[in-house]
Design a protein around this ligand. Structure first.
Ligand code: SAM
Length: 210
């Protein structure tokens, strides 16, 4: 694991030679959304991660074809990526679009958006950073809403705050309906307990919800 983290750190360091704020997409799939976002906001540095190497390969091909210098993709587990971030890199926006819903109760622990993960994110996100979450799983959406009161480092954005960019993802196209949530990083310091992220799962080629 140490070697993999060192390799990941080196890859990230090559993309961010100097400290900067980034737009990060977790579970970017084939990169449809982030590519479009990077084209719309050329001054923002965008990076997508996904566990599935085949998806990252396709995403990279697309951003090369589009000659998008501000759009990068890395195959990585989200939490491992966080821990490999060079000092000074901050998360200005975090996008979580149609994350694996893990519908069975005994698999809920595999969902990416959990208290510990929000806490870990808070350590890298400055005050005012945004987290954009969209899902077609009502159960997942309600679970995230239910844990919000216990999070001091994230709060729901004011009603009516616009979604910065609408661009249908692969999973959005398949969804009958979906719900969206914008969270804002509060000025509260991330507590030391919050910085301790949960165990990093092994990096697999893909993890499918059972
Ligand atoms: C349901 S797909 C959604 C893909 C894309 N966001 C969309 O809306 O079309 C979820 C994606 O998250 C990726 N994923 C799951 N757990 C992850 C993790 N811990 N770190 C990075 N990517 C992850 C999966 O490989 C998969 O590509």
């Amino acid at each position: 694991m140490a070697a993999r983290r060192a390799e990941l750190r080196a890859k990230i360091g090559a993309i961010f030679p100097a400290p900067q704020a980034i737009v990060w997409e977790i579970g970017c799939g084939h990169g449809h959304f982030l590519e479009r976002y990077a084209a719309e906001f050329p001054q923002r540095l965008c990076l997508g991660v996904d566990l599935a190497s085949e998806r990252i390969t396709r995403a990279l091909r697309k951003s090369e074809r589009g000659k998008l210098l501000n759009c990068h993709f890395i195959r990585a587990d989200a939490l491992e990526f966080l821990h490999a971030l060079p000092k000074g890199v901050t998360l200005q926006e975090i996008w979580v679009l149609f994350p694996d819903p893990w519908p069975k109760k005994r698999h809920h622990k595999n969902r990416i958006l959990q208290s510990d993960f929000f806490a870990a994110l808070a350590s890298w996100a400055p005050t005012g950073a945004r987290l954009y979450f969209r899902t077609d799983s009502i159960d997942y959406f309600k679970a995230v809403e239910a844990l919000l009161p216990s999070l001091i480092t994230w709060q729901v954005a004011e009603a009516g705050e616009p979604w910065p960019l609408e661009h249908e993802t692969v999973f959005q196209a398949r969804a009958e309906s979906y719900q969206s949530l914008i969270l804002v990083r509060t000025p509260h310091r991330a507590k030391s307990a919050e910085i301790t992220a949960p165990e990093v799962p092994p990096l697999e080629d893909s993890r499918s919800p059972a």
